[in-house]
Design a binder for this molecule. Structure first.
Ligand SMILES: [Zn+2]
Length: 390
């Protein structure tokens, strides 16, 4: 098993990244490490797993075994708590020059664990022009142990000066067949369930796995897909919005609670907390309180991120619903993501015009943008539900 196992259907990218991770290991042990580069650009359509690939590569850089997938280093990178990995998203709709400069400053520090300092720059296409210029300087003269991993949908989304300095990793959306195959062989999922999950997840392997193995994930999907037919009046729209936001909160709480407990007790062990210590900082040796505070800040921002991701996943589910409706309206011979609820799709396809369907997709995309810009979720989702009504 390696950290690259879940990069389904990305053989070429996996080969490049594995080789580079091995070269990076040579550099750490004093060798030349030909093939290692300080700036990487991961491109691919949504769902192709570009952020996932970048994260897996970060794990392979930190891991003494080039990405074994089960050591502490790999684990910390994959759950987003590694001290030498900084994963950033734009604050609001784009990266400001201020946010980028602060990041560059932090990127210049030496790695605390002695290997690499990795900056994972998600949505690099959202850097403003001045932010891109600041970034360019940082990429041109990187500190010896700093690696930049930029992610963007397509090559054209970045200014040429930046992309010409990055090594390119191109990802593609894996086919339903490829994803189903992995679920069936590696997770022993029955073929029919595997196909359903792969189709519903539209190439997102981790999403497909959750749908195949987790009853709760399947139930949440059903709840989301039942939203369009429930929006009969204003009151129903508001209730639907409340429910969607609350579900995202609960999902995030469940996902973070387990992670947080593990990390906190691990940190307390490192700093030698006495068994009688009850208060937050009591019994921790010097430096422990600061480290604990830092960990708590990191956990808080991760909780926010998971909540936002979970809400975004639900919105993408809704987009897939209306895209299926649109495909039916045009009689397009494409695979429907939500083939299991064909009846619902068909009903709506007959009632709406294609223009009305498109307007609904727009409303969902606008809601996603507003959420990314930190608009209050309840307000943004309510406005969207009202636009989906009827
Ligand atoms: Zn490892």
């Amino acid at each position: 098993m390696t950290v690259f196992d879940d990069l389904v259907g990305q053989d070429q990218a996996t080969a490049v990244l594995s080789r580079a991770a091995a070269a990076a290991g040579e550099v750490v042990s004093g060798g030349r490490g030909a093939g290692m580069t300080h700036a990487w650009l991961f491109t691919g359509p949504p769902g192709s797993g570009r952020e996932y690939a970048a994260r897996a590569f970060a794990a392979a850089l930190m891991c003494p075994d080039a990405g074994c997938g089960h050591c502490d280093q790999c684990h910390q990178v994959m759950i987003g708590s590694h001290p030498d990995l900084e994963s950033v998203r734009p604050e609001g709709l784009s990266y400001s020059v201020k946010q980028t400069r602060e990041l560059i400053l932090r990127a210049a520090g030496a790695p605390t664990q002695g290997r690499w300092r990795v900056i994972l720059f998600e949505d690099a296409d959202r850097a403003t022009e001045s932010a891109a210029n600041a970034l360019l300087k940082a990429i041109e003269e990187p500190p010896p142990r700093t690696v930049w991993l930029l992610c963007a949908p397509a090559l054209d989304d970045l200014v040429i000066t930046i992309r010409s300095r990055c090594r390119l990793v191109t990802l593609t959306t894996p086919s339903t067949e490829a994803v189903a195959h992995v679920l069936a062989t590696r997770d022993s999922v029955p073929w029919e369930t595997a196909t359903f999950a792969a189709r519903a997840a539209q190439g997102h392997i981790s999403r497909a796995r959750a749908l195949a193995l987790d009853e709760g994930a399947r139930r949440r999907r059903e709840a989301v897909l039942s939203i369009p037919r429930s929006l009969t009046g204003v009151g129903e729209c508001i209730t639907a919005a409340e429910r969607l936001v609350k579900t995202a909160e609960e999902e995030a709480a469940a996902a973070t609670a387990a992670l947080n407990d593990d990390e906190t007790s691990e940190l307390r062990k490192i700093y030698g907390e006495g068994s009688t210590g009850k208060g937050l900082n009591r019994g921790l040796v010097r430096g422990g309180a600061g480290a604990l505070k830092e960990l708590e800040d990191r956990q808080k921002s991760r909780a926010t991120r998971i909540k936002r991701d979970s809400l975004d996943a639900a919105l993408l589910e809704l987009v897939s619903f209306y895209r299926d409706v649109l495909a039916m309206q045009f009689g397009a011979a494409v695979e429907l993501a939500n083939d299991d609820i064909r009846f619902d799709l068909d009903q709506l396809a007959k009632r709406l015009t294609p223009e009305e369907t498109l307007r609904r997709i727009d409303a969902i995309m606008q809601c996603r943008e507003r959420l990314a810009a930190n608009v209050n979720p309840q307000i943004a989702v309510e406005a969207m539900m009202l636009a989906l009504r009827g």
